[in-house]
Design a protein around this ligand. Sequence first.
Ligand code: GUN
Length: 282
Amino acid sequence: MPDIRIIDGRAIASGLRDDITKKTRILMDETGRVPGLAVVLVGKSPASQIYVAAKRKAASDTGMNSYVHLLSEDASEADILRLIERLNTDQNVHGILVQLPLPAHINKQKIINVITPAKDVDGLHPYNLGQLVLRQNTAVPCTPKGCLYLIKSIRHDLTGLKATVVGASALVGRPMAQLLIQENCTVTQAHSKTADLVDACKDADILVIATGVPNLITAQHVKDGAIVIDVGINRIDECRLVGDVDFQDVTSKRNCAITPVPGGVGPMTIAMLLENTLEAAT
Ligand code: GUN
């Protein structure tokens, strides 16, 4: 590898979690309040089960209460809505997260819309996404918030830099672009219909990729010196995890900083969820 810098998301997230643990203890000592995170999982997707177990463990490791609600794959919209309405009024619950994706028969937006915005620690309620666009203080979606933290661990002032976000989901790509605009970047939002992806990426100082397409981004997409944040977690060959970036190929570039998969963005998503939950309880 020439002079590549690996961004250690695991270590950075661990430091953040230590800090959140201390702040949680202070909140408890001063107010008697224990932050409570409710996670709703519908169905038995193995990947979602792993993510939810990690969120539950992270919450209890930091001294928060976590409540996991498992609903069967054939739960109705009404079942889920009833549960969320109960969580909205539960004094012990400060944050509510509905693990995505939901089964195909469920209207995801209808479910998210019912979460009380003050408890929406995922930042996905239309009110909170609107607040983000308006630059008001709000719960910011966990993955883009974690990506920005990693970018700023490399370079604090992003003013005037070119950033390309590949992927335009409401969960990652679109809020990511908003956060980079707030940092005074000039932002290109690329997506599955972008005609020339190399052209959209090759001049970017910052690249964030969230597509779910394994190894989509190769050395030809990356400028020397770029910061490359790989949000993808793709399981290939049964047990191997790869990102949306062809890590080996991109390490041939000079002077880049890049997140690994695993151990890059994933741990940051969880740290930011804990931060949002603490803030919701404060
Ligand atoms: N599925 C994958 N990432 C996320 C996330 O950040 N929040 C929720 N609710 N579901 C997810």
